[in-house]
Design a protein around this ligand. Sequence first.
Ligand code: PBG
Length: 322
Amino acid sequence: MGDRLYRGRRLRRSAALRRLVRETRLSPEALILPLFIEPGEGVRKAVPSMPGVFRTSVDEALHDAAEARELGLGGVMLFGVPANKDEEGTGAWAPDGVVQTAVRALKADLPDLLVVTDVCLCEYTSHGHCGVIENGDVANDPTCDLLARTAVSHADAGADIVAPSDMMDGRVGVIRAALDESRFQEIPIMSYAVKYASAFYGPFRDAADSMPSFGDRSGYQMDPANAEEAIREAKADLREGADILMVKPALAYLDVIQSVKAHTGAPVAAYHVSGEYSAIMAAIERGWLDERAMLEALISIRRAGADVIVSYWARELARRGP
Ligand code: PBG
C-alpha cells in the first residue's frame, strides 16, 4: 500500500518538521506574570499553596520584574496585599498604597515593561468581599465608584492597563468615565468580563489573604454552568468601553474562551488561575506529571483563542525558549 495520498505522519517525523507546521505558539510577549506585593523591604515569602510563587516587597518585586523584562514577557500584573484592611477597602485607592507605590517604582526602573494593575477591593476589605457591604450584600453601585477611584489612582501612579476583577454590573462604564475625566483617556481597560465563581481561586486567596469571611462570591461572579451568559457579559463590557476581555479561569473554560473570541473579535485574555496552576505543580512535585503538562495546558488556552495568557509559569515558559 504505497498509495496513501494523505499521510499525516510525514510532517511529524522530526522536531524540525513539527516546529515548521506548528499552528499555535506560546511567545513570551503574550504572557503576563502576576506579582503579589506587600509592604516592607527585603520581603520574599513563599506562598505555600503555590509552588514557585512569592509575596514580595516592592524592592524584591523589581528583581522579578527585571527578569520578566529580560525574558521578553508581555508584562506584569500587580496584586496588593496591604498591611491593614478595613470595611471599605480604603487601601485600594490610597495614593501611597502598596500597588501605587509598586507601580511608581516599576515605571521608574523599567519604563518599557507593561504594568497591569488588578482593580478590586477584596484584598483590602476586612470582610474579603469585592465591594462594600450593605444589608449583608455587596452593594453594586457604591462599589463601582470606589473601583473607579482605585483605577484612577493606579493610572495616576503610571499603570499602563487597569484590570477590574470584581464583577460589579456597570463598573467598566464607571471606570472609563472616571479615567476620561482624569486625563487618562488613553489608558486601556482589561476587564475580567467573564469571571466565574470558581473553586480554582483557592490558593490565590491564601496568597492575597482575600478569603471572604462570610458567604461566597456567587452573588456577583458567574455560575460555572453558563456559557451564553459569557457572551452577554463580554458584549456589555465592550459597550461600556473595555479594550481587552478576560476569561477566568482558563483551562476549565476553553469553550468560553473560544466563543467569546468568535462572538466579539476583541482581544481576549485568559487567566490560568492559581488552582489550575497549583494542581499541576503539585502533581509535578510528586512525580506524577512532568512539566510538559503545564506546557500542554497553556498551549490549549492559546489554541482556544486567547491572545494573552496570565500565568504564574510565564518566566519558566519563556526560559525554555521556543
Ligand atoms: C480578585 C481576584 C481573584 C483572582 C484574581 N483577582 C480572586 C477571587 O475572585 O477570589 C484569582 C486569581 C487566581 O486564582 O489565580 N477579585
